[in-house]
Ligand binder design. Structure first.
Ligand SMILES: Cc1cc2nc3c(=O)[nH]c(=O)nc-3n(C[C@H](O)[C@H](O)[C@H](O)COP(=O)(O)OP(=O)(O)OC[C@H]3O[C@@H](n4cnc5c(N)ncnc54)[C@H](O)[C@@H]3O)c2cc1C
Length: 422
């Protein structure tokens, strides 16, 4: 896009979705301002996985070297039974993902991934106009008196007019509220403990040493609860997400601190290795009530549009929420980057039609995984385990479909091969 055709975009929210969108739009030559409510940009102290559908997009944004510096690569995805840790199914990741999906399956510390995106947004030598970042800027309303020139309004009364306003402001999106969209938020009845356990403590104990000897992405299945863990920062931390029925207190408060004892107590009767692992957490565990949004294909009104958790918040039971936000960002940039101001409305409609059904299927499958993962021992559980052995995926969506991602117009990116291109 030439400088004379470039136009302005305000992104409300500087999370992983908002920054991927800002960077993608910058690459298309658009002038982007990010408004973030927090005093400082950053992410929670936890891990995150990007499957090939998201890694491909990040690498396509020129971030390969930066990601190689911060990633940890799991060699397999392993599913285990709660009682004795026996392996239900194993899926090869590592080189297989690069070979079959042309992009890697990687793990990171969230703060590291967020910093890579932020640095690229503000890099003076990067392609397109440098992204402007405004912290302490909570968007409370969007003035749409002129539908073609919406104005993001902050709690401090500042007004940011733009040709497009993007709501990337998370599960409780104010931009979504400003569009008067239906309340689709649903409480799942579950909560997630999140903790980073020091890798050296894991390595020092023979009962947990196996977690360091081969990096894997592991899911334990049990009645009413499940457990996910993987190494990040090359083994510095074991990232653990433990999903259990929600306590009345966390349902009321949405989140809070948690202790190692509480974590261990949440998995009574499980394989001893689980307690050995969880008992090593160091008091910085947190617990969060889990919500999702019901599928809703309305993501745009005039020149205001939603992205990420603001429109398709999903349970983390496929590790796809941020990855789907990255797919949103790539498709939105393709559409907005191809038009001048007069084409924005149509470009946003095309973005929604390319993304809403796809993200909705992932939302639904993640929701279904809640009961699928948590079956009591019995015939249904045995049928599930048999399915997991043979099926390349979980619930109703296959990894083939999920990891290939939404088809992109960018043929270079579609044909991208991690293995063979520098
Ligand atoms: C336990 C758990 C594990 C997960 N694991 C994975 C995984 O492995 N892989 C994966 O892809 N996804 C995972 N997810 C999902 C993922 O974390 C989210 O889907 C993703 O972070 C959503 O990104 P977002 O940018 O849309 O929203 P957010 O990350 O919520 O970012 C929103 C940003 O907007 C800011 N903001 C909010 N309101 C305003 C406002 N009014 N004005 C200005 N700024 C505002 C916030 O401060 C924040 O910075 C997991 C989620 C959980 C809970």
């Amino acid at each position: 896009m030439s400088a004379s055709q470039s136009y302005s975009v305000v992104v409300a929210g500087g999370g992983l979705g908002g920054l991927t969108a800002a960077l993608s739009l910058r690459h298309k030559g658009l002038r982007v301002t990010v408004l973030e409510q927090a005093p400082q940009l950053g992410e929670v102290g936890a891990g995150i996985q990007t499957a090939p559908n998201a890694s491909r997009i990040l690498i396509g944004l020129g971030l390969r070297a930066q990601l190689e510096a911060i990633h940890t690569e799991p060699l397999d995805q392993v599913r285990r039974r709660w009682k004795d840790g026996s392996v239900i199914a194993m899926t090869s990741l590592g080189d297989r993902c690069k070979r079959e999906y042309n992009a890697p399956y990687w793990h990171y510390h969230r703060a590291d991934l967020h910093k890579v995106l932020l640095d690229a947004c503000v890099d003076p030598d990067g392609p397109g106009p440098v992204v402007q970042i405004r912290t302490n800027s909570q968007v409370v309303d969007v003035d749409r008196a002129d539908p073609a020139r919406p104005i993001a309004v902050t709690s401090g009364g500042e007004r940011y007019p733009a040709d497009v306003v993007i709501g990337a402001d998370g599960i409780r999106s104010s931009v979504r509220d400003a569009l008067d969209l239906p309340d689709t938020l649903v409480f799942s009845g579950e909560m997630a403990y999140r903790v980073l356990i020091p890798g050296d403590k894991i390595a020092a104990d023979p009962a947990t040493r196996w977690l360091v000897d081969r990096f894997q992405s592991t899911i334990w299945y049990g009645p009413d609860r499940h457990l996910v863990h993987y190494m990040i920062r090359g083994g510095q931390f074991l990232n653990v997400v433990a999903i259990v029925p929600c306590s009345p207190e966390i349902e009321r408060k949405w989140s809070g601190p948690a202790s190692a004892d509480e974590l261990v107590d949440a998995f009574p009767g499980w394989d001893d290795r689980v307690a050995s692992m969880l008992s090593k957490s160091e008091g910085d565990a947190t617990v969060w009530a889990m919500f999702h949004r019901r599928r809703d294909p309305v993501w745009t009104d005039g020149h205001v549009v939603l992205l990420g958790d603001a429109c398709h918040a999903m349970l983390p039971y496929q590790a796809q929420g941020a990855s789907q936000a990255m797919e949103d960002a790539a498709v939105l940039a393709e559409e907005l980057g191809a038009v001048t101001v007069s084409g924005i409305g149509d470009a946003l409609a095309r973005y929604v039609s390319r993304r809403a059904k796809h993200a909705g299927m992932v939302q639904d499958a993640s929701w279904q995984n809640m009961s699928f993962y948590h079956l009591p021992d019995g015939p249904e559980q045995r049928a599930r385990d048999a399915k997991l052995k043979d099926f390349n995926g979980e619930s109703d969506v296959s990894y083939d479909w999920l990891w290939r991602g939404t088809p992109l117009h960018d043929k270079d990116l579609e044909a991208f091969s991690y293995q063979f291109r520098k």
